[in-house]
Design a binder for this molecule. Structure first.
Ligand code: ATP
Length: 376
């Protein structure tokens, strides 16, 4: 190991073989994961996938049945929550109703016996933009404001890592969107590590630098939001983050950096770097493409499609005007109910249900999965 590897920062979170079983049930399979200091990290997954258990093991609120938790150079696995340099914000933020906002935020300092709290609390309230509300009681604030108080209260003791367990789950959609941006701003400003648990893919993608998608107690894929969206490696990840169209295809040959696939008599190109499926001839690949990456033209205009595009023919079965885009559903011999979102489409009577069309897209927007992966 180089010294670079071993010099951990105080806010790094390193999970090594970390696992949790309840009797014979495995909630979290042994997990290796490093969250670098100062990053905004999201654990994303459906209910029951083990994300909260993972977060609670980092907090010390749940005892792992295997593995270790390190914060920076310190192994904290055996430490109780209050001795770890972390703090947690929960969905039910439970402010003290009888204390005003100032005293709610000051609580952590006063408990440590610190007398002069005014400056620090004032700065914290400014950080969460509640400087004007200091003397109000929690019930006089909106849900979003109360959640910001909870964040200020958690940050006042300068934790190295802030853990957030579905903190926006109780807010309505509009407020949740505002708070996502607000939390991201706060994280950038304080610069400490945030580990955020959510089941909402849009929330994870809006806020986090790195997202770990969990499924059945395992991390299925980890990476920046754009990578997870553009190049998912499993059907679960592809479907959890947005809509995907899939075509079953067979590997035909290689051509430079590309793999050529056969599907329904036609050929489709898949860049090798975007293929998580088999590469040998005859291998079964599930080829994915996002609905907004596809263009659609009437079959009569197929001659105008530029060279080098992947193309398939089909018939429109449905179209819906969505404002920013028009959604078409196309049935094709290689894939039924292909979804296509087209922006700025010219009104064309030839694009009505029943019409023969050609779908085409840049092969760079294709991803390949292992078609056998779902068989087990
Ligand atoms: P949610 O968003 O619903 O909280 P989650 O992804 O955070 O879901 P966890 O709370 O981590 O999931 O739970 C993972 C699995 O472990 C679930 O199937 C849950 O039922 C199970 N589980 C959690 N706590 C216990 C417990 N104390 N005893 C037995 N099983 C548990």
């Amino acid at each position: 190991k180089t010294t670079h590897d071993t010099a951990a920062h105080g806010g790094d979170v390193r999970l090594t073989g970390l696992g949790k079983t309840y009797g014979s049930f495995t909630a979290v399979h042994p997990l290796d994961l490093t969250v670098p200091e100062g990053s905004f990290f999201a654990l994303l997954g459906a209910s029951g996938c083990g994300k909260t258990t993972t977060l609670r093991m980092i907090a010390g609120l749940e005892e792992p049945t295997a593995g270790t938790v390190r914060l920076g150079d310190q192994d904290v696995t055996a430490l109780p929550p209050y001795k770890r340099p972390v703090n947690t914000v929960f969905q039910s933020y439970a402010l003290f109703p009888h204390l005003d906002i100032f005293e709610n935020v000051a609580f952590g300092l006063r408990r440590r016996g610190i007398r002069s709290v005014k400056k620090q609390v004032g700065e914290m309230l400014e950080l969460v933009q509640l400087g004007e509300q200091a003397r109000k009681k929690p019930h006089q604030l909106s849900g979003g404001q109360q959640q910001r108080v909870a964040v200020a209260r958690a940050l006042i003791n300068h934790p190295k890592v802030l853990l957030l367990d579905e903190p926006l789950g109780a807010l309505d959609l509009k407020l949740r969107r505002q708070m996502q941006l607000e939390l991201k701003r706060i994280q950038t400003e304080v610069g400490i590590t945030f580990v955020h648990v959510t089941h909402d893919q849009e929330e994870a993608m809006t806020m986090a630098d790195t997202v770990a998608v969990m499924n059945g107690g395992r991390v299925e894929q980890l990476g920046p939001p754009s990578e997870l969206y553009e190049n998912p490696r499993t059907t679960f990840v592809a479907n959890f983050l947005g809509t995907s169209n899939f075509i079953e295809a067979d590997v035909d040959t290689r051509s430079g950096d590309d793999i050529v696939l056969k599907a329904g008599g036609g050929k489709l190109v898949l860049p090798s770097a975007r293929n998580s499926g088999p590469t040998a001839a005859g291998g079964k690949v599930l080829l994915g493409v996002r609905p907004e990456k596809i263009s659609l033209v009437p079959a009569d205009d197929a001659g105008r499609i530029p060279e080098g595009r992947n193309r398939i023919t089909g018939r429109i079965s449905d179209s819906s005007y969505l404002g920013v885009s028009t959604q078409f559903v196309v049935d094709s011999p290689v894939c039924t109910a292909f979804e296509v979102y087209v922006q700025n489409i010219d009104r064309d009577h030839r694009l009505a249900p029943g019409a023969e069309v050609v779908l085409h897209w840049d092969p760079a927007h294709t991803f390949g999965l292992d078609a056998a992966q779902d068989a087990d």
